[in-house]
Design a protein around this ligand. Structure first.
Ligand code: ADP
Length: 151
């Protein structure tokens, strides 16, 4: 079975994330969208809220599961038997960052490869960071969010 983990903070999940999962579905038997928690990082939305949104957004998609983990992504992948990581690339700075992480994961992880999908142009300006700024500034973030995420 080809199982991929799509790890992230999903603080909150955006339309860009959803597009990556939908486009990756033909490549894998199962995709686990998993929220990784890092004790060093603070989040705008708590873990339960972010998990609820993932559950709502992917409810109708049979081969998509949701999950959560602490610690290393590579360890989570070996625990659940996933050999692939899925990540999205929006621009060159994503690439620089992701390249290093992917190389580290291939060493730390056991037979773990990262598959990258380049974001569609209509989603490449969307990031959770921008969405959080809009929310903090009391703007309307709906154009960047799946309809299930009601903020
Ligand atoms: P992290 O905290 O690990 O960066 P994110 O939730 O911000 O987690 O992102 C998870 C993954 O989704 C990353 O690979 C990121 O590049 C990708 N991603 C985020 N926004 C988009 C987008 N608009 N289009 C394509 N990929 C995206």
């Amino acid at each position: 079975m080809k199982i991929a983990v799509f790890p992230g903070s999903f603080d909150p999940i955006t339309s860009g994330h959803v597009d990556i999962v939908k486009r990756a579905l033909p490549l894998f038997d199962k995709i686990i969208v998993a929220i990784g928690s890092n004790s060093q990082k603070s989040y705008l939305f708590d873990l339960d809220q972010r998990m609820d949104w993932l559950g709502e957004v992917f409810k109708g998609m049979e081969r998509v599961e949701i999950g959560k983990f602490e610690g290393l992504t590579a360890h989570y992948c070996s625990e659940i038997g996933a050999n692939y990581l899925l990540r999205g690339l929006r621009n060159a700075s994503d690439f620089d960052y992701e390249k290093t992480i992917s190389q580290l994961n291939s060493i730390v992880g056991d037979d773990l490869d990262t598959i990258f999908l380049i974001s569609r142009p209509e989603f490449s300006h969307i990031s959770s960071t921008i969405v959080r700024e809009i929310i903090k500034g009391h703007g309307d973030a709906r154009p960047f969010l799946p309809k299930e995420v009601k903020i």
